[in-house]
Design a protein around this ligand. Structure first.
Ligand SMILES: [Zn+2]
Ligand SMILES: [Zn+2]
Length: 326
């Protein structure tokens, strides 16, 4: 196999694009592809300031590097979840710090332990839904950070494989709300930053190759709480289809982005109010984030509140149980 452009020996073969490239021409191809995705979904104006959520994994680090190379102002944000098992949080933090100092990118680190004197590991001891609460926590803090620095958008490292697998999962469940939210660009709403996924049309192999080309060293430890077995099955099913029909993942997901608006009318959100503690939009008087991390303050605010405002919720604990997705 030879490079399509210069005929040098190929460094990567891309069956989905029916082509192969040497390192230099792959780099150009990859950047051009991401640039096209950004333009196609109108994610960013040229040179915009972007907050990039960095986990330490290759996908988020590649997102940051590509945006930097395309001329955007990248601001990195890392949440130290305080997960000690597998040395997970410390190792992730080191990977992000090394990357940002090498690429000369500003980085803000938010430590749950420093701010709330609690960690995800401690939460996991009493909560079954660790992954759901961790997701709520990350979304809340990333959104707050993007708004604080006045970024045009908040970028995450979701890949084509992630987007196609969650689309498939949501289709199997016919979850209309999530089916309306699977787009690579979600415009801003009051209290919510614009959210973009610049790698939404890029496959795992390309991203891995780009990471290797740039000697990106992602964290190797895995999160001890990750319960992704089901998600991995959807990914495996799509991989199997992709092997037989290269390009099918992209066809599946890109097609969805043209039809996603059809799900929108079906799924009006519950009325939003402002959280009594943090002031961010919430579906209940106190958002799940504040109930989880600012328990004492949340209790005090609820105690002061007029009884009729409880809307029939039995107790504060019931509310915490019920609400997973604040
Ligand atoms: Zn070449
Ligand atoms: Zn809140």
């Amino acid at each position: 196999m030879k490079c399509r452009v210069c005929k040098a020996p190929a460094f990567i073969k891309l069956p989905a694009h029916n082509t192969a490239f040497c390192p230099q021409h792959f780099q150009e191809f990859f950047l051009r592809q991401v640039e096209r995705t950004i333009k196609k979904y109108r994610m960013l104006p040229p040179g915009a300031k972007v907050a990039v959520a960095l986990s330490g994994g290759k996908d988020s680090l590649v997102t940051a590097l590509v945006l930097k190379l395309l001329g955007y102002q990248v601001w990195g944000f890392f949440i130290d979840l305080g997960i000690e098992e597998n040395d997970f949080s410390a190792a992730s933090r080191r990977a992000v710090e090394e990357f940002c100092s090498r690429e000369n990118l500003p980085l803000e680190i938010f430590s749950l332990k420093e701010h709330f004197h609690k960690t995800i590991s401690q939460l996991a001891l009493r909560e079954k839904k660790t992954c759901a609460l961790c997701g709520v926590t990350k979304r809340h803090l990333m959104n707050e950070y993007a708004l604080k620095i006045g970024a045009y958008a908040l970028a995450t490292g979701h890949t084509l494989d992630d987007m196609a697998a969650s689309l498939l999962a949501n289709l199997f469940r016919w979850d209309l709300h999530y089916l309306s939210k699977g787009l690579p660009h979600l415009p801003p709403e009051p209290g919510f930053a614009r959210k973009i996924k610049p790698l939404a049309l890029q496959g795992e192999r390309e991203i891995l190759a780009f990471a290797q080309l740039h000697e990106i060293k992602p964290v190797e430890a895995a999160c001890p709480y990750a319960r992704e077995a089901k998600f991995k099955r959807y990914k495996a099913a799509l991989d199997m289809l992709e092997e037989k029909s290269p390009g099918i993942k992209r066809y599946f997901y890109e097609g969805y982005t043209r039809h996603a608006h059809r799900f929108r009318e079906e799924t009006a959100r519950p009325p939003m109010m402002s959280c009594l503690v943090c002031g961010f939009p919430s579906v209940s008087p106190i958002c799940t984030f504040c109930r989880t991390w600012r328990e004492e303050e949340a209790r005090q605010r609820m105690a002061k509140k007029e009884p009729e405002c409880y809307n029939g919720h039995k107790s504060f604990e019931d509310e915490v149980e019920k609400c997973k997705d604040g």
